[in-house]
Design a protein around this ligand. Structure first.
Ligand SMILES: *Cc1c(COP(=O)(O)O)cnc(C)c1O
Length: 413
């Protein structure tokens, strides 16, 4: 069975929500994957910022196998040690990294990012207020509640009416937040870096200002770290990254998913202080959420990031990739932190660049027509990164991205 054979069967059996698959993959190891035709690729997308430890990492495989062969699923009528340990660990990372003084926090586990945001959205309703201020370009998931918080019209319009009370403001704009947030606002929801918009980084005073404005009005600051959390940017949470945020940010709610269990489905809604106690028994629920296997997988991811000093690795490798990518004059801007990297091309040929990169043996992503996003496994090696940088100019050539006349002008004395 080749890529083409499988792709034909896919079209006859799967709903057409994603368009035709780019490849049919058969195995992975580290930052490498192989397709059904036997071709090997360097995976610079990592399942969209999910495969933190790459593919088939021995510690993740062992944690999942051991837990599944001991106790796999129990429902939330019962509790398990991995679930409790993971909640305590996430609270410690959040509170120790963000807060000046110890505070209490509570976690609700889910199976995905959208569900973590649904939980948080429902939690904000328990404040007695219904207005949520969110940002243009923001992405928070595809379920009805998460979609109501997501700005892209093409995603929203076919499914209206969506839950109400959501007000959109331009991202990174403090004055717009000042104008929109009032005493009826339950929460201000922002991503520390907008991932799906193409890795858009706000000014470093944005999150501290969002916190000040929210708290002046008794509203909660809710950070969606589903894409940016768990070491992706070189800090445990992006809002703790000194290059991204000036001063201290103390969110009331943080949502996580994607990289948390390295590819085993999980999400988490973490809320500090009083907001962690807004749900009463019966207010929310899930059958799978916090399942022992997913929790054991997440603990293995957190332990491996720590033991293998991956935050340092991510920081160094990210810098090297951003500098290398920016060296080509057809790249007009490179953004991001750690291994969440976005770049703009001189012309809207990002889809062609994805194809050319794939032909050259690299998997990258085009979140918009002019932007390329990289979110590789945190275990990506230096040689793989260097190989990609060496191949990059030829990839742009193959995609037909022209050398910008404006950049050549800059070089003319
Ligand atoms: C991916 C993502 C989501 C949605 O997560 P799913 O697991 O796809 O439901 C929500 N918010 C952000 C910032 C994301 O990147």
């Amino acid at each position: 069975m080749t890529n083409a054979d499988w792709t034909e069967r896919y079209a006859g059996a799967l709903m057409n929500t994603f368009g035709p698959p780019k490849l049919v993959l058969t195995k992975g190891e580290g930052a490498h994957v192989w397709d059904a035709d036997g071709r090997k690729y360097v995976d610079l997308l990592g399942g969209i910022a999910v495969n933190a430890l790459g593919h088939a990492h021995p510690r993740l495989t062992a944690a999942v196998t051991d837990q599944l062969s001991t106790l796999g699923h129990i429902s939330n009528f019962f509790a398990s040690a991995p679930q409790i340990e993971l909640a305590e660990r996430l609270i410690a990372l959040l509170v120790e990294g963000s807060h000046a003084e110890p505070v209490e926090a509570r976690v609700f586990f889910t199976n995905s990012g959208a569900e973590a945001n649904e939980a948080a959205f429902k939690l904000t309703r328990r404040t007695g207020r219904t207005k949520v201020v969110v940002t243009e370009g923001g992405f928070h998931g595809r379920t009805m509640g998460a979609l109501a918080l997501t700005s892209k019209l093409a995603y929203r319009e076919p499914f209206e009416p969506l839950p109400g009370g959501v007000v959109f403001v331009p991202y990174g704009d403090v004055a717009a937040l000042e104008a929109a947030v009032d005493d009826t606002t339950a929460a201000v929801l922002v991503e520390p870096i907008q991932g799906e918009a193409g890795v858009v980084v706000p000014p470093t005073d944005y999150l501290p200002s969002a916190q000040r404005i929210a708290h002046e009005h008794g509203a909660l600051l809710w950070l969606d770290e589903i894409q940016t959390g768990v070491g992706r940017t070189g800090a445990w949470f992006a809002h703790q990254h000194p290059d991204l945020v000036s001063g201290r940010v103390v969110p009331d709610i943080v949502t996580l998913a994607k990289g948390l269990a390295g590819g085993i489905p999980i999400g988490a809604c973490i809320a500090t202080d009083g907001s962690g106690k807004l749900f009463d028994p019966g207010n929310h629920g899930t059958t799978f959420g916090g399942n022992p296997v997913a929790a054991a997988a997440a603990l293995a991811v957190l332990n491996t990031i720590e033991d293998e000093r991956l935050l340092e690795h991510v920081t160094q490798l990210g810098l090297r990739l951003r500098e290398g990518l920016a060296a080509d004059p057809r790249v007009t801007s490179v953004r991001g932190a750690g291994l969440l990297i976005g770049l703009d091309l001189v012309e809207p040929k990002a889809a062609d660049v994805v194809v050319a990169a794939q032909d050259a043996g690299y998997i990258v992503n085009a979140p918009t027509p002019e932007r390329i996003r990289l979110a590789p496994p945190l275990v990506l090696t230096d040689p793989d990164a260097d190989g990609f940088l060496a191949a990059w100019p030829a990839i742009l050539d193959a995609a037909g991205v022209a050398v910008s006349t404006s950049s050549t002008t800059v070089e003319t004395p």
